[in-house]
Design a protein around this ligand. Structure first.
Ligand code: SF4
Ligand SMILES: [Zn+2]
Ligand SMILES: [Zn+2]
Length: 369
């Protein structure tokens, strides 16, 4: 019998073994595109066999890019540990890490995201994407500082995410700035839906975007780097297209340039990499990240868009990449950019009068009284 630990929620099952990974996943009704199968320090492909004494972890990564019959590394011919169906290939550990770094290098160089002299503020949450991004930027030799926002304090999830981030920074001897929004802004995220009527994740996203942009400007950083991956960007694009929100469509890009109104350049170096690829990178680099999901995630519409895109990707690998990357090439240039003005309350650029963040906080303060 092999022991299988499943995460989110955590539970344990035992299965008859030996058995191939693909058979176990089918029996457990799990989508191979949405998980990493881990044995000790190794990742397993669908064709690997789980032995009777094995301890296996099946870790969800939400969305994916892999399932197929490739078991040999495309680059060196060694044993593949991860299959990337949209690239019609498998890679061994070393070649996958090489592939990942090359994808980030290509994004950074082609899109002119970073200069060697730039001081880069990396938004880090303690999750796989932001820590993978920080790790690869450190490896590529950029001058980085982490920026972690404590969104609330009275539950285990938020302090834990800070512990993962702090441990990452301590291990590598890199600088981390911690911002507690209760001290900085006078509220925490769980308070906002009650007073403003906004969905939690919408209010949270608005607050995080505002806070990191402001901090980067106040602290004199040249660039803000965000760990949004291809799945995130494709899901945001689907939402913007479903609403034909041309203001957002015009501003959705892997690079947002600096503006005179005090907006620091913002870049997304992982925009060519899937969520599953960043999870695999974090695992193979032994980055200890927060696997548990945020307890406030219920109702997040972006997850619904991700699920819809996952469905399409399963039948037609490469759909997400084609959707987002072709949008950048062909559709985006045809959409007129909105005129931006400085927000009278905070000075950040906004297409309207007062920016969405200041409008939200003004409503919060009024209703809290
Ligand atoms: S899931 Fe929603 S509330 Fe939780 S951190 Fe992400 S955006 Fe914020
Ligand atoms: Zn290889
Ligand atoms: Zn404002």
């Amino acid at each position: 019998m092999a022991r299988i630990v499943l995460r989110n929620p955590r539970r344990e099952v035992t299965i008859d073994a030996p058995k191939r990974v693909k058979v176990v996943l089918r029996e457990l009704d799990l989508d191979p595109d949405a998980v990493l199968v881990i044995r000790g320090e190794d990742l397993l492909t669908r064709e690997d066999v789980i032995g009777s004494d094995d301890d296996i972890e099946i870790r969800p990564v939400i969305s994916g890019g892999a399932v197929g019959t490739h078991t040999k590394c495309r680059r060196c011919g060694g044993r593949g540990v991860i299959e990337l169906r949209r690239h019609n290939a498998a890679f061994c550990k070393e070649c996958f890490l090489h592939f990942f770094r090359e994808q980030v290098k290509r994004a950074v160089e082609h899109e002119q995201m970073l200069d060697r002299t730039d001081r880069v503020l990396v938004a880090v949450s303690g999750g796989k994407d932001s820590l993978a991004l920080w790790d690869v930027l450190i490896e590529l030799g950029y001058d980085t500082t982490g920026y972690h926002i404590v969104l609330w304090t009275d539950e285990e999830y938020a302090p834990e995410s800070l512990r993962y981030t702090q441990a990452f920074a301590d291990e590598r001897g890199v600088k981390l700035i911690v911002c507690d929004i209760r001290e900085e802004l006078g509220f925490t995220i769980p308070e906002l839906p009650k007073t403003t009527g906004r969905p939690t994740c919408g209010a949270c996203g608005l607050t995080k975007r505002h806070q990191i942009s402001k901090a980067a400007y106040d602290l004199g950083f040249d660039v803000v780097a965000i760990g949004h991956n291809l799945d995130d960007e494709a899901a945001v694009l689907l939402g913007n297209v479903l609403r034909w929100d041309t203001d957002y469509l015009a501003r959705q890009a892997p690079v947002l340039p600096a503006t005179d109104e005090g907006f620091v350049k913002k870049v997304k170096p992982l925009f060519r990499l899937s969520e599953r690829e960043t999870a695999a990178y974090a695992f193979l680099k032994k980055i200890d990240y927060q696997v548990e999901e945020c307890p406030l995630v219920a109702g997040n519409t972006q997850l619904k868009y991700k699920a819809a895109l996952d469905l399409l990707e399963r039948d037609a690998p490469g759909t997400k990449a084609a959707f987002y990357l072709t949008f950048l090439d062909r559709a985006k240039p045809a959409i007129a950019k909105p005129e931006m003005h400085p927000c009278p309350a905070c000075g950040m650029p906004t297409p309207g009068e007062t920016c969405a963040f200041c409008k939200m906080t003004q409503v919060h303060i009024k209703r809290k009284r």
